[in-house]
Design a protein around this ligand. Structure first.
Ligand code: SF4
Length: 408
């Protein structure tokens, strides 16, 4: 089973620098965990004042249309005024999505955040975190913790529930187990996100320059001494297909350096807890993005849980999308074989695979073209995954192939 995909047969998500699905707000650098794959230096007192947060949100709105704002960090729940920040995002017309490790989330806090306008949560849970009382837990064992959070959100209702996991070489094999777990809980888990681990590699034979001067990249939170180039999103697809052979991504973002890199790779599956009937095709994703933009003026970020539970009505769109037509056929055959299936709600769930910055042989860095996770730094939009370069060196660090010493 392989992860081969033809990018020309998929839908290229329409997201761009000024017109995107989301933006990335970091109200704090403080975090109550230490994750192996984290891009940010943990600074316990690193909370931004509310005025600064407001200014950043206003700047976002001046330069970029978006449907949602990912409120990240650090861990955003560490910020003493997180409820006010959530309500500011909502008042400015965007869906506030809280990206958290969940440690500081209590049922009361959750209710307060929902009241403030939170549209959803993305919980970062994986075995590369140093969670108290979870040491040595495998990805599969962590499904129990994921379920606790999914149930907490379901009890409150109306909130999008997503789970992020960084995928390392040694956890790649567990991805299908998490995908299978997601299916079992398709009623309360709306999105799974797998992020291929990346660090800033210190490769032999390259110099690292800032403004033409060589720098030591040791100050970067995401610098690594290893020379691994990292797994690709297609490696993750290949792994998932070992368990789910039909797994069919339908939309993507390419790399800034290569058109056929899958930097963000979206798959939408349709099914019940017992069975996945099929996958939405590229046309359907295109229609959803374009329709949302026509009606709301921005590209769709997070689909509401209510809409995701309407898988059956979606089948009416079969004439417009091959993926939906195939799903409808499989569903009808399933119902004929077992009529009790007709009484079970048909739901949609998205699986996103992200392949962050890639270091190319010539020293170029291939970023996500149409990066949704752009954040605000000193009045301009910058890649959040490389912000530490600006904070530590004042500019991007540019790897270049080192010149051999001149012969004397
Ligand atoms: S370029 Fe970096 S910040 Fe932007 S989406 Fe890709 S990994 Fe995230």
């Amino acid at each position: 089973m392989d992860g081969v995909l033809d990018h020309l047969k998929l839908y290229r998500l329409p997201w761009t620098l000024p017109d995107n699905a989301i933006s990335w707000l970091e109200p704090t650098t403080s975090c109550n965990l230490h994750c192996e794959g984290c891009y940010r230096k943990n600074e316990p007192e690193g909370h931004k004042p509310l005025d600064t947060v407001r200014q950043e949100l206003e700047l976002f709105n001046r330069v970029r249309r978006t449907d949602g704002v990912s409120i990240a960090g650090g861990d955003p729940l560490m910020h003493p005024d997180i409820e006010r920040i959530v309500s500011m995002v909502a008042e400015m017309g965007q869906k506030p999505i809280i990206n958290t490790n969940g440690l500081a989330l209590t049922p009361d806090k959750l209710k307060a955040l929902k009241q403030a306008g939170a549209a959803g949560f993305t919980f970062h849970i994986d075995s590369g975190q140093h969670r108290p009382r979870m040491k040595g837990r495998t990805e599969v064992e962590l499904n129990e913790l994921r379920l606790e959070y999914a149930r907490m959100l379901a009890d409150v209702g109306g909130l999008a529930c997503a789970f992020n996991a960084t995928v390392y070489d040694h956890t790649l094999k567990s991805v299908p187990d998490v995908v299978a777990w997601g299916q079992e809980h398709i009623d309360i888990v709306h999105t799974l996100v797998f992020i291929a681990y990346r660090a800033f590699p210190r490769f032999e034979g390259y110099d690292y320059l800032v403004g033409g001067e060589k720098v030591d990249i040791g100050r970067l939170a995401y610098e690594t001494q290893t020379d691994r180039r990292g797994i690709l999103s297609t490696d993750i697809v290949a792994e998932i297909r070992k368990r789910f052979p039909d797994f069919a991504p339908s939309a993507y973002l390419n790399g800034t350096e290569r058109p056929d890199d899958f930097k963000w790779l979206l798959t939408m599956r349709v099914g019940t807890k017992e069975r996945i009937y099929g996958y939405l095709g590229p046309k359907l994703i295109e229609m959803a993005q374009v329709f949302h933009h026509l009606v709301k003026g921005s590209y769709l970020a997070y689909t509401s849980p209510k809409l995701l539970s309407r898988g059956r009505s979606l089948l009416l769109l079969s004439p417009l999308d091959r993926g939906v037509a195939r799903t409808a056929g499989a569903y009808l055959r399933g119902v004929v074989a077992n009529p009790s299936q007709a009484f079970k709600p048909l739901r949609m769930q998205s699986v996103m695979i992200i392949q962050p910055a890639d270091f190319l042989e010539n020293g170029a860095m291939s970023m996500c073209d149409g990066c949704p996770d752009m954040t605000m730094h000193e009045g301009r939009l910058v890649w959040s995954c490389r912000l530490e370069e600006l904070l530590n060196y004042g500019d991007w660090v540019r790897p270049v192939v080192a010149k051999p010493p001149a012969e004397s």
